[in-house]
Design a protein. Structure first.
Lengths: 1043, 95
């Protein structure tokens, strides 16, 4: 930096310091949302994020994108070392981001534009800081990766252009170092794409405008490729793990239909009137996060900015050397507005075909960050030319007035930034004050747990949410990312879900086990806690549980206090720390000689049933040879189940027609197209145009119906009834071939049983099984009484055994309802009639029947209440109709319910009957065909070297499985050393429904090591990056010396 | 025109406006290729964007979106018309 630019630099430093002082005048940090508490504890984040496997968020998961947080947390750890509090660290970060953003844009304008624009560069820097996008989509949105990207982009572009134009290795080096320092930005994977899209655009423009010759184009292109390759080399250490692990992870979280639905919905917010002024209407107008002020005339201000940008856009086209900026601005704009008109379809087309493009499902957020960048440059071009025009025509004063006006508008539109109302809602800033009790509890556990490395355990936090976020009743409140791993530094925390159903189901089963003492005894609970390697349980009584997926912590406390092997150690504020007694603690690494093969249920409700004995549960992963299958018992749970009612109904078509506008409104393109197809097929069937009907039906079932997301809006039973109606018509028309096809498809989509008894009109539960080996299978019942079953269409004769060949099988039985509550006449209390639902847990389905009578009106309401939430239903009835019979099936919509009831408003109700649907599974069991073998098994030593590396010693007298209590991932590798001979067991399986297990084929004394293999890529990649930087630095020096 | 229809909605009709919007864009592309008529495209798009702002100020967002979409689309097409000269000279001598 030359002295010439010092005053401007000082200006941005002072301005940023001023803004930061306003924002942090309350002395508290900001946090929450999907960001959590990023600057709360940098050394802890560094400790976690330097490994690709996050053990701290138990039971562990790969978080490759966490590596991008390493450089920032490394630097900020020093601040913590010199005594900075979380509040000071966050304030420092925001100060730096503000300074570099404004200053960077100032330098970019100086670099890009010719002399006459330079005196307006300061205004450009200010506009980059205080434009509608920066205010709402950067600062208010509070995504830290966007902060970093916004601050780094201007510098990146300067040095990129220096490299492309002058082939200076030092420019490439500085560009790469900037990306390293702002690596945090790439925690949002989409920014990698955004960065290279803008760099590609700049490079192409450099080549094209004007076109010189092919040789020049080739030269520029080669520079682009060299820089890209170098960038990949120095960033491979985090990019390779991210790109090899993330797609699998993302595919488990979002479907294409979901992504497209999100994109279409977001498209309503990026229509041209909003996106052109760079405003996000959701926060500004819908949620009114900044108050009502923006509904007033202030709304016109951004259009004045747009006017300057458009003047700049047109003017730049006519100026040598900057015309390309207009082209890039238009391209960036068309990309940022996503699916909104005009020309929005390519986004849908792209995401439909290339799953990976799903990272851009919010283009205004991911690519839109480029809008203020190029918008600011064009704003400066426009404002400068307008000022010069006024100066030329009317003299200095009007020109100066225009500049002043621009400045006033910039500042006044961004007034929430100056009032410190930028984070959270204007009347409720997102301040966070973590209670001191959290640190005290952490210290207590660290002091209490003496053998962390030799016998590592975990902390189970209750209430355990399946989501990734939580709300606390802290002094300043908190609603955002669950961050127990930051508060509790001694041991890993099992505290929230992962959005991956297999792991979440297991954790939910563990959590629910505490709340279902009628079904789950202490023995099962003990096994559960052992399997999950739990050492401590912390009850958070400060959790805001209403409206979420967890139980009332007071209820949980009452259950915890009854558990004999759980000792309440100490209470810290709203936290109660419990400890599992030593004899009931399950080590992280265990050996099991005899175990049971389990093909697990696809929901959490029947999981505790499998834990009836201490035998380890082993599940072979896909396409795996099962070793010694017959020596251990096997349990197969249904791979799918559904309830079927034999009832054809054309009324379902009306339901589809009724729901169509909602599908359109919600951007459910797939579902909407499906509804169109179904309606069309129905019309063709009525017209008896079977050929066209068959074409439609084949299109409808070309993908699984669940992929269209229609069943999110319409009950399965409606679709089932509609197609049963089709089957009746086809049968009457004698169209056997089409009928067979339709039946097959309905069966595959769980809308109809494969084996259907036409004469049976009872409601039936259908369960489907896949068995890998034929033979005699015993039938068992989880959470169900013994039943009269139909197996593959045949009624099962008395007895509990059945011969089944290998393959798919279907077992059905009449749906059972139990726990009946009968009330002759409901008594009026407080103007309503209310019946509590008991027992209640979550996801329960109730059948209610009653007689009702009204004296006036056209009907009556009744409500289903679950933890204070009301689901209301109106029932039509004529006043003179007398007592009328009603039957309803009422499913609870929350997964965890502490209290529920049915409430009738006004009518007289009698003969009330309430029954709970018994939800359980039929299980197939194959007995072991060999007796249990005897022999010693012992884990002699465990030494945890790091979250990704464990060593130890084991002794086995016979073949066994080694169970490792971290979430199953194929990246984990077990290596055994038997007197120097290295063995790598290849059979890696799922243990205890979440963990890793390896089959060790023979006995012996082994040294073992368990390592998370992808970490090698990180280590090797970091080394390569280091050599890359050193090499380029050397080359830069040599080039400089030569020059 | 078909290209614009695809760009708008992948040849489907969602809000009913796709065919006529595509026709306008198709015609605009034709005008953008003629140097003399190009300037009218620019003025048309700017006028449409001003109309958009007026509707926006009265909270008539669907109308504002329609005018904005056509205005912006025409502006983008206007830019396409300038590309040959931009490639040749690096800037536009006279719009």
């Amino acid at each position: 930096m030359t002295m010439k630019h010092f005053p401007t630099w000082a200006f941005f430093v002072i301005l940023s310091a001023f803004l930061t002082a306003i924002w942090f005048r309350g002395g508290m940090i900001f946090g929450g949302g999907d960001v959590g508490l990023q600057t709360y504890n940098p050394p802890r984040v560094l400790e976690i994020a330097k490994y690709i496997w996050w053990e701290a968020t138990g039971p562990g998961s790969p978080v490759p994108q966490g590596l991008t947080a390493v450089s920032f947390n490394f630097i900020f750890s020093f601040l913590k070392l010199v005594g900075f509090s979380p509040f000071l660290m966050q304030a420092s970060l925001f100060f730096l981001i503000l300074t570099f953003s404004g200053w960077g844009m100032y330098r970019l304008i100086i670099f890009l534009l010719e002399a006459k624009y330079r005196s307006f560069a300061l205004l450009g820097g200010l506009f980059y800081l205080f434009n509608p996008y920066a205010m709402v989509s950067v600062w208010h949105r509070f995504v830290h990766s966007t902060f970093f990207f916004m601050a780094a982009l201007p510098f990146m572009i300067i040095f990129w252009l220096k490299w492309i134009r002058f082939q200076k290795p030092s420019a490439l080096l500085i560009f790469s170092v900037i990306t390293l320092l702002s690596l945090y930005a790439f925690g949002t994977l989409a920014y990698v794409l955004t960065l290279w899209v803008v760099l590609l655009m700049l490079t192409v423009c450099e080549t094209l405008f004007p076109w010189r010759n092919f040789k020049f184009a080739l030269k520029i292109f080669l520079r682009f490729i060299v820089a890209l390759l170098f960038w990949i080399v120095v960033n491979g250490w985090w990019m390779v793990p991210v790109f090899t692990i993330s797609p699998a992870l993302l595919s488990a979280q979002h479907s294409n239909a979901e992504t497209i639905s999100t994109m279409i919905n977001l498209g309503y917010q990026t229509v041209i009137p909003y996106s052109l002024q760079m405003v996000n209407p959701f926060y500004m107008f819908y949620q009114l996060d900044f108050g009502n002020a923006y509904l007033g005339l202030i709304r016109i201000f951004p259009w004045i900015f747009v006017a300057f940008i458009l003047i700049g856009f047109i003017r730049a086209l006519t100026e040598k050397g900057i015309a390309y900026l207009s082209v890039i601005f238009m391209a960036v704009f068309l990309l940022s507005k996503g699916v909104a008109s005009p020309f929005g379809y390519p986004f849908i087309f792209g995401v439909d075909r290339f799953f990976f493009l799903g990272v851009l499902r919010n283009p205004f957020e991911k690519i839109g960050i480029l809008l203020p960048l190029f918008g600011t440059i064009l704003f400066v071009v426009g404002l400068t030319n307008a000022t010069y025009f006024l100066k030329g025509r009317f003299g200095k004063l009007p020109a100066l007035s225009l500049m002043m006006l621009a400045l006033i508008l910039i500042f006044s539109f961004s007034y929430p930034m100056f009032k410190g109302e930028i984070f959270g809602k204007f009347d409720k800033p997102e301040f966070v004050e973590v209670p001191a009790s959290y640190q005290e509890a952490d210290e207590f556990i660290k002091n209490d747990d003496k053998d962390k490395n030799k016998n590592p355990g975990k902390i189970l936090h209750l209430p355990l949410t399946r989501r990734e976020s939580i709300s606390y009743n802290w002094p300043a409140g908190y609603n955002g990312l669950e961050s127990s791993q930051l508060f509790f530094t001694g041991l890993p925390s099992i505290a929230h879900g992962f959005n991956v159903s297999r792991v979440d189901n297991s954790m939910e089963a563990l959590y629910f086990a505490f709340h279902n003492p009628d079904l789950i005894n202490e023995k099962v609970l003990k096994i559960f806690l052992k399997d999950f390697n739990i050492r401590y349980v912390i009850l958070h009584k400060d959790v805001k549980w209403q409206g979420s997926d967890v139980f009332d912590p007071v209820l949980t406390e009452s259950y915890l206090n009854k558990i004999s092997f759980l000792t309440p150690l100490k209470q810290f504020g709203d936290l109660i720390v419990y400890k599992i007694s030593d004899e009931n603690f399950g080590p992280k690494i265990t050996l099991a000689g005899d175990f049971k093969w389990v093909v697990p249920p696809n929901s959490s409700s029947s999981m505790p049933w499998i834990l009836d004995s201490e035998k380890t549960i082993i599940t072979p992963t896909q396409s795996q040879q099962i070793p010694d299958f017959g020596q251990n018992p096997a349990y197969v749970f249904p791979k799918s189940s559904f309830v079927f009612n034999q009832a054809s109904s054309s009324a379902s078509l009306d339901e589809l027609i009724r729901i169509k506008p909602a599908l359109k409104q919600n951007g459910e393109l797939y579902a909407e197209n499906l509804v169109d197809l179904i309606i069309d097929s129905n019309r063709k069937l009525v017209q008896k145009d079977i050929q066209s009907y068959e074409k439609d039906i084949r299109k409808i079932f070309s993908s699984a119906l669940a992929d269209y997301r229609l069943t999110v809006y319409v009950k399965d039973s409606y679709l089932s009834a509609l197609f049963q109606d089709h089957l009746d018509v086809l049968n009457a028309l004698g169209e056997q071939e089409v009928m067979t096809f339709l039946k097959e498809q309905l069966s595959q989509n769980n809308l109809m049983p494969k084996y259907k008894n036409e004469a049976d009109f009872t409601e039936r539960s259908i369960q489907r099984f896949e068995i890998g080996e034929g033979g005699e299978w015993e039938i068992l019942y989880a959470n169900l009484p013994p039943l009269k079953l139909t197996v593959d269409g045949e009624d099962l004769k008395m007895g509990s055994k059945v011969n089944l060949p290998k393959g798919e099988h279907e077992i059905s039985f009449p749906t059972l309802y139990g726990d009946a509550v009968l009330i002759d006449m409901l008594q009026l209390q407080n103007n309503y009639l209310e019946v509590p639902l008991k027992p209640v847990l979550g996801d329960n389905v109730y059948r209610v029947s009653f007689q009702a009578k009204i004296e006036t009106g056209s009907g009556f309401y009744f409500q289903l209440l679950q933890d204070g939430e009301k689901i209301e239903q109106f029932v039509n009835q004529s006043p003179g109709a007398g007592w009328v019979d009603y039957n309803f099936i009422l499913p609870l919509t929350k997964s965890a319910v502490s209290e529920a009831s049915i409430r009738f408003l006004t009518p007289a109700v009698r003969n009330f009957k309430l029954e709970r649907r018994l939800q359980g599974d039929v299980i197939l069991k194959k007995a072991a065909n060999a007796p249990e073998t005897s022999g010693d098994l012992a884990v002699l030593q465990i030494d945890q070297k790091s979250p990704v590396f464990y060593q130890g010693r084991i002794h086995l007298d016979k073949s066994a499985v080694l169970v490792f209590g971290e979430t199953y991932h194929p990246g984990w590798e077990l290596t055994l050393l038997d007197y120097g001979q290295k063995l790598t067991p290849s059979t890696h399986m799922l243990a205890n429904l979440y963990a890793n297990a390896w089959f060790i084929e023979r006995g012996g004394d082994f040294d073992f090591s368990i390592y998370f293999k992808p970490q090698r890529i990180v280590n090797a990649g970091a080394l390569v990056a280091m050599f890359g930087y050193i090499g380029l630095a050397g080359l830069s020096l040599i080039t400089k010396k030569k020059a | 025109m078909m290209i614009f229809w695809w760009l708008e909605s992948g040849f489907s009709i969602r809000d009913g406006g796709e065919p006529w919007k595509s026709s306008i864009f198709g015609f605009s592309l034709f005008l953008a290729m003629i140097k003399r008529t190009r300037i009218y495209l620019l003025w048309t798009s700017l006028i449409l964007l001003v109309i958009m702002v007026l509707f926006y100020m009265f909270w008539k967002i669907p109308w504002a979106a329609t005018f904005g979409s056509i205005g912006l689309g025409i502006l983008a097409i206007f830019l396409i018309g300038l590309l040959p000269e931009l490639i040749k000279r690096g800037f536009i001598e006279k719009i």
